[in-house]
Design a protein around this ligand. Structure first.
Ligand code: GLP
Length: 270
């Protein structure tokens, strides 16, 4: 069962969440496929979107959902990391989605996390932004949220809202809480290459997913009241292009009144 509050949907469990998210993605793909237009998707990693990817794979295999005209840009990758490393997001995307659908591998993009000089990294990041622009921009950016409220690997800082509108793809240090949450302490990874919050905000539509008790407080801090500019995800609260799907556990810190107040109104885009 799904309860709707304008731009927010609260699902009774992970399967329901995945079905709703996949429905929204598939509607966009089908519409663009019918019009002969490519669909540019921004993709996220982590445990939250896994059931969404499984459902998209099912839609491809059983319903014939066609990914041949899809272009993808992933949010982030660890640094330093080889794309074949078991914890790399390259591996994750191939295992969870790309190897099971008819997407052209040349149309998939993930930030390059291989060790390089600062100049080389900057050139790669600028080229990533250019590739997004060349593709016509991201039609729909899928987001998870870190326990500390990060989106991509844009970590919280004590700052004004304008800060977030200036950050594009770049190398960033990971917060200690992220190193712990993502079990990175036993690896050389201390940084990531991430799309910036400005890159994310340039997407035409955004779909944020969160599930589980560990996200309830973060969700309440981001979407429960005044815009919280210290937490990156907080910048999405008032954005009419951002839809949110939560499971009941992650939504538990938001009262009915808060859900209606933050997410009321029309959804633009899609
Ligand atoms: C990583 C990714 C984020 C993701 C977060 C949450 O840190 N960089 O994009 O949202 O994990 O992961 P999970 O869905 O496993 O909680």
């Amino acid at each position: 069962m799904l309860k709707s509050y304008g731009r927010l949907s609260v699902a009774d469990g992970e399967a329901c969440m995945a079905k709703e998210a996949a429905k929204q993605v598939a509607e966009l793909i089908l519409r663009n496929n019918r019009a002969g237009k490519p669909t540019v998707l921004g993709l996220a990693t982590g445990s939250t979107p896994e059931p969404l990817y499984a459902e998209l794979v099912r839609m491809h295999q059983q319903d014939g959902l066609d990914f041949s005209n899809i272009i993808t840009f992933n949010l982030d990758e660890y640094y330093p990391i080889d794309p074949t490393h078991p914890i790399s997001y390259h591996r994750y995307m191939n295992e969870k989605l790309f190897s099971h659908i008819n997407i052209n591998p040349d149309n998939t993009h993930i930030p390059d996390g291989r060790a390089a000089s600062d100049d080389e990294i900057k050139a790669r990041c600028d080229a990533y932004e250019q590739a997004i622009r060349d593709a016509g921009g991201i039609d729909l950016q899928i987001l998870g949220i870190g326990k500390n409220g990060h989106i991509g690997f844009n970590e919280p800082v004590d700052t004004a809202a304008t800060h977030w509108t200036q950050l594009h793809t770049r190398k960033v240090p990971l917060a200690q809480s992220t190193l712990e949450a993502n079990a990175l302490l036993g690896t050389p990874v201390r940084h990531a290459i991430t799309m910036g919050t400005a890159t994310i905000l340039e997407a035409k539509n955004i779909l944020l997913l969160a599930k589980g008790a560990s996200k309830a407080q973060t969700i309440a801090e981001c979407f429960g009241g005044d815009i919280n500019t210290k937490i990156p995800a907080g910048i999405l609260a008032a954005d009419p292009r951002c839809r949110v799907i939560l499971d009941e556990v992650a939504a538990a810190g938001l009262s009915e009144a808060q859900r209606e107040k933050t997410f009321a109104g029309v959804t633009l885009g899609m």
